[in-house]
Write a protein that binds this ligand. Sequence first.
Ligand code: FAD
Length: 518
Amino acid sequence: MLSHNFPCLLILVLLVSPVLEASVISQMRPRRSILRYLGDEIEPPDAAVELNSTNFDAVLSNSPATYAIVEFFAHWCPACRNYKPQYENVARLFNGPEAVHPGIILMTRVDCAWKMNTNLCDRFSVSRYPMLLWGPPIKFASGKWDPKQEKNEIHSIDDARTAERLLNWINKKLGSSFSLEDEKYENENTLPWNASDPELISRAVYDVEEATTKAFEIILEHKMIKLDTRSPLIKFLQLLVAHHPSKRCRKGSADILVNFDDLWPSGLLPTGPHAASISKERDGLKGFWICGKEVPRGYWIFCRGSKNETRGFSCGLWVLLHSLSVRVGDGESHSAFTAICDFIHNFFLCDECRQHFYEMCLSVSTPLNTTRDLGLWLWRAHNKVNERLMIEEKDMKTEDPRFPKTIWPPKQLCNQCYFAPSSKSHGAALLDWNEDEVFKFLVKYYGENLVSSYKDSVSDSRDGESIVDDMAVSTNAVAVPVGAALAIALASCAFGALACFWRTQQKNRKQRKNLSKT
Ligand SMILES: Cc1cc2nc3c(=O)[nH]c(=O)nc-3n(C[C@H](O)[C@H](O)[C@H](O)COP(=O)(O)OP(=O)(O)OC[C@H]3O[C@@H](n4cnc5c(N)ncnc54)[C@H](O)[C@@H]3O)c2cc1C
């Protein structure tokens, strides 16, 4: 028996050994840090992300950061050990949920002394320790570095001996004024962008992923899936499967939809006061991450406020809704409108917000027949909220000083959206909008500019082309009929594997049924 299986076992061992090596390494480190935590001196966890040959390409190709720094070091090298606190001082500014300036630079390190990383370090011509390289994350993920190569977006950082010198180098490169003394939310003016920056929306896809994940976390945490909310949730998931701007959220939503009946069987869903007793297991997503395992990241980029309590989730939710509204086809616009209204009504826990929004939904008397109707309706609805909050937030002093509410889009973003000077009034209703131009602008802003850069596999990015516009997959995708997971799969050939999985599941289910009958 054993000899019969030996070749398979050998192959299996060979296949999993690098993974085991990586997991052994990663298991060793937290234990050491737990020991450090138990000691008198409490050391915070490392801010720089430790990468190795198994996760290097994937982490860098999926990072929302605009730039990355990779420190190549060897754990036996004394100079590297001494350098670590300097590097960490800078990394704490940019990495992780507690970062002072998140989403700008991903700071990482690779230990070249591990055998598994030898090829990776060779790929980047590592000739000394520590050695720091700078470049766009995707260029690291797909590329290599050679000091003799002239045209390369990856550069060596030659003056980084201390934290101050490294930060000076970064500031010179970016024209920024980051300081080691920066505290969270205190120096937002040093950010190299502002709310009217037309480029900024291209990074909002990360916030849309964050908001989608947050919305589903809230739904599960608050046990909001009940008999009467089941159908609105399914309809919203169908909308996400076909039109979410992020490919991985489309996949994740399809995955949840395919398994929805198993996760939350309608016959077992209680209503009323007993709703809270739904079993804990079924409440967890049980391994389903709606936008992939990397999300939530714990911070916002486009929707980052200058205070802890401003912007964030509700901003991300608006951006998600707008991005959906410009992606649906004409034929589906009214059902998309209903799905959005019902989702907010049933699942947005801000009571005042959902009530106001639902009132606006109920006031629609004629069907929204086109994408234009839906896109402009949502834009008007959002401006009505802005108009009210402009006054409320000023009175109550709750506004984010860096992002005061305005009637949107401002002229800096879309001059052609206005027919006449906007000085007539502060009210959206009295402004003379050129709605054809507004719609064109919405389509460009929330459609073309807000796309996912995520790739299925790193090999997709090997050629160095960075952002692939996957609008083609999401725009004008066919409407997804209720419960027909196969149609979801057909809506995008990218979901072929999922369809296969679904069919296998159906087969297994049938077989199980037949077996239980016999
Ligand atoms: C459905 C919904 C209803 C809400 N209702 C209320 C409410 O009744 N009371 C309340 O206090 N808060 C409400 N909120 C929260 C509030 O609207 C803001 O989201 C929050 O105050 C954060 O504001 P922000 O500055 O990040 O910009 P947000 O208003 O969240 O907008 C996010 C981004 O969308 C863009 N944008 C702004 N206006 C428009 C527009 N008209 N069309 C397209 N894009 C636009 C801008 O780039 C902006 O930065 C609601 C949120 C949602 C999602």
